[in-house]
Every structure is written in structure tokens, then in C-alpha cells.
Write a protein that binds this ligand. Structure first.
Ligand code: S3P
Length: 170
């Protein structure tokens, strides 16, 4: 019985604009594994975009679906896993991350704002994206710190440089 032995080689956490998807794709390619993304899993499960879920069902419904997606992906995915930026808000998700190779991609407000751009597909950042990002970074830093096995600064660095750094440290 190998049940329970499957675990992601790395789990990427961090705020929107940290580069979880871009770095995750590079990491997965270098490791010869696939990238799984809980936002994509949620969209597939509900048959709606993240933005539409927030609008039509509300953030609480999104967070409930996200809990299921995080639980399933941690138990099933042997490759690289990228979590939505807000996945760490849920204490159950934070507890579930214990013992995993969780990589916190850190970013400063300017770089996050630049990478996120107009953020039409990020419902929490439609209004005042820079101010919202600043608040998110401040509020969530302790949560990312709590779950992180290692921390990698991404500000002023290319995704390739960040991926190399992660590879050297996992
Ligand atoms: C969210 C981040 C998004 C997505 C949703 C909520 C957040 O993922 O899960 O819009 O609360 O920070 P990204 O971090 O990939 O943008």
C-alpha cells in the first residue's frame, strides 16, 4: 500500500504577483514533473472562472472550494503545486501544509503590482490594486512565514533566477 506517500516535490505560496505560476512552470520543467494549480482545480470543479465564483457565489464559497482543492492536491500531486495567494488564510490549510516542502515566494509591493498589472482576473485586486496588495502583503506575511520551509525573495529577480534558487534549496 503506497497510499499517503504521494506528496508534492514543492508547494509554492505567496501573494498575487509573487510569480507562483511562472516560477512553478520553470521548476516543474526543470524537475521533469507537472505543475498543478489550485485556482485551476477550483475553476474545473465549479466550471467557472475564479472571478465569476467571487461575483456569483462569494468569497466564502471560493474559500470552501479552495480548502477541498488544497486537501486533494496535497494528497494526490507528486509534482510542483502552486496555491492561490489566499490559501494560507484558512487554519486547516496551514495545518495541512506542515511537513511539506513549502516555498514562500516573497515580493515587495512595487514588483507585485507591476506583475499583476491591471488584474482583471483577480477579484480582490480590481479596486485600488496597489493599496490592496500592500494590505495583503502586510496581513499575510505572518501566515506565509508560518507555513514556509524556505523563503525566496523574488523582487528584482527574473523567474529563471528565482527557480534556480529554489532548485538549489529544495
Ligand atoms: C487570491 C489569489 C488568487 C486567487 C483568488 C484569491 C488571494 O490567486 O486564488 O483570486 O486571496 O490572494 P493568485 O495568488 O494566483 O493570484
Amino acid at each position: 500500500d503506497t497510499g499517503g506517500d504521494v506528496r508534492p516535490v514543492a508547494v509554492l505560496v505567496g501573494p498575487p504577483g509573487a510569480g507562483k505560476t511562472t516560477v512553478g512552470e520553470l521548476l516543474a520543467r526543470r524537475l521533469g514533473v507537472t505543475l498543478r494549480d489550485t485556482d485551476a482545480d477550483i475553476e474545473a470543479a465549479l466550471g467557472m472562472t475564479v472571478a465569476d465564483i467571487f461575483i456569483e457565489k462569494g468569497e466564502d464559497a471560493f474559500r470552501a472550494a479552495e480548502r477541498d482543492a488544497v486537501t486533494a492536491a496535497l494528497a494526490e500531486h507528486p509534482g510542483v503545486l502552486a496555491l492561490g495567494g489566499g490559501a494560507v488564510i484558512d487554519p486547516g490549510n496551514r495545518a495541512a501544509l506542515a511537513g511539506h516542502t513549502v516555498v514562500y515566494l516573497e515580493v515587495d509591493v512595487s514588483d507585485a503590482a507591476r506583475r499583476v498589472g491591471l488584474a482583471r482576473d483577480r477579484p480582490l485586486l480590481i479596486e485600488a490594486p496597489r493599496a490592496r496588495l500592500a494590505a495583503l502583503l502586510r496581513e499575510r506575511r505572518p501566515l506565509y512565514d508560518e507555513v514556509a520551509a524556505l523563503m525566496v525573495n523574488t523582487s528584482g529577480r527574473t523567474p529563471e533566477e528565482v527557480a534556480e534558487d529554489v532548485l538549489a534549496r529544495i
